[in-house]
Design a protein around this ligand. Structure first.
Ligand SMILES: Nc1ncnc2c1ncn2[C@@H]1O[C@H](COP(=O)(O)OP(=O)(O)O)[C@@H](O)[C@H]1O
Ligand SMILES: [Mg+2]
Length: 252
């Protein structure tokens, strides 16, 4: 299985942006193939990568539960669901994208979830990197059986509130069934010099800062023009900052 890079943090701090920039960096440096997993129910990793997402794993689950008898003849349930997941996988030259979509609704979908989870776990075997953009609570990652994470980036903007969310996530990591090899804080919209109050809070959390990303006007521009972050110029501030962050190898 490839190396797993995951992102966590409060909504709106820049997780999806940093995840996209990491995918961009790995793509441009030939660290491929990459599987991008959008595990946030309010998913928008597709959008930032300039991709339309017609079907999510959540849609497959919902459709199947609505009509469990609708399996084409000659197929069993498992083949059928796996085929649908294969179709939902969006293939780009350097990376594939899988969007998890809605979490379970009401009722127990355990069997369907198990089939989908087992298959997506198996799918991950053929990639060099897995880049997982999480929802704030990390439920998705923790629910997976193969809960191995090589690098967890705890993303915060330059605010104590963002940092406190990082702290809550950091504090609950022990209670999750995850094997996290390395982690670090990434500060987005960071000033050149981080203030004392901010650094004091970082000290208390006990996790290291692995990088900062300044406010990048190009991100606003690309958002407004609905352009893929894959197409950001090599010299934009956020691209350079992520290059710097990724110059530390993700642990083996
Ligand atoms: N370093 C930055 N400079 C400027 N704008 C940023 C930066 N990081 C994120 N943004 C903007 O902030 C908004 C939220 O970012 P997003 O990555 O979607 O956050 P999250 O995934 O954590 O909810 C987006 O409009 C994004 O363009
Ligand atoms: Mg997001």
């Amino acid at each position: 299985m490839g190396k797993v890079i995951a992102f966590a943090g409060k909504g709106g701090v820049g997780k999806t942006t940093v995840a996209s920039l990491v995918i961009r960096h790995l793509s441009k440096t030939g660290e491929t193939p990459i599987l991008a997993v959008d595990a946030d129910p309010n998913s928008n990793l597709g959008e930032t990568m300039g991709i339309d997402v017609p079907t999510t794993i959540g849609d497959i689950r919902e459709n199947y539960m609505r009509d469990p008898q609708g399996i084409p003849s000659g197929m069993d349930k498992i083949n059928y669901l796996e085929t649908l997941v294969e179709q939902a996988l969006i293939e780009k030259p350097t990376f594939d994208l899988l969007v998890m979509g809605r979490q379970e609704g009401q009722g127990c979908y355990c069997m369907v979830n198990n089939i989908l989870n087992n298959f997506t776990d198996r799918l991950t075997a053929s990639y060099k990197y897995l880049v997982v953009d999480n929802e704030a609570g990390m439920e998705h990652l923790s629910r997976r059986t193969a809960g191995k994470v090589d690098m967890l980036y705890l993303v915060t903007d330059y605010s104590l509130r963002g940092l406190r969310a990082v702290r809550r996530i950091h504090d609950m990591l022990d209670s999750l069934k995850l094997e996290i090899k390395d982690m670090g804080i990434v500060v987005t919209r960071a000033p050149e010099q981080l203030g004392d109050a901010f650094l004091a809070e970082v000290d208390e959390i006990g996790a290291k800062i692995v990088g900062t990303i300044p406010t990048d006007p190009a991100l606003l521009e690309f958002d407004m023009e609905r352009r893929s972050l894959m197409d950001l110029p090599d010299d934009s501030l956020s691209v350079l900052a992520v290059k710097q962050i990724m110059s530390e190898p993700v642990t083996a």
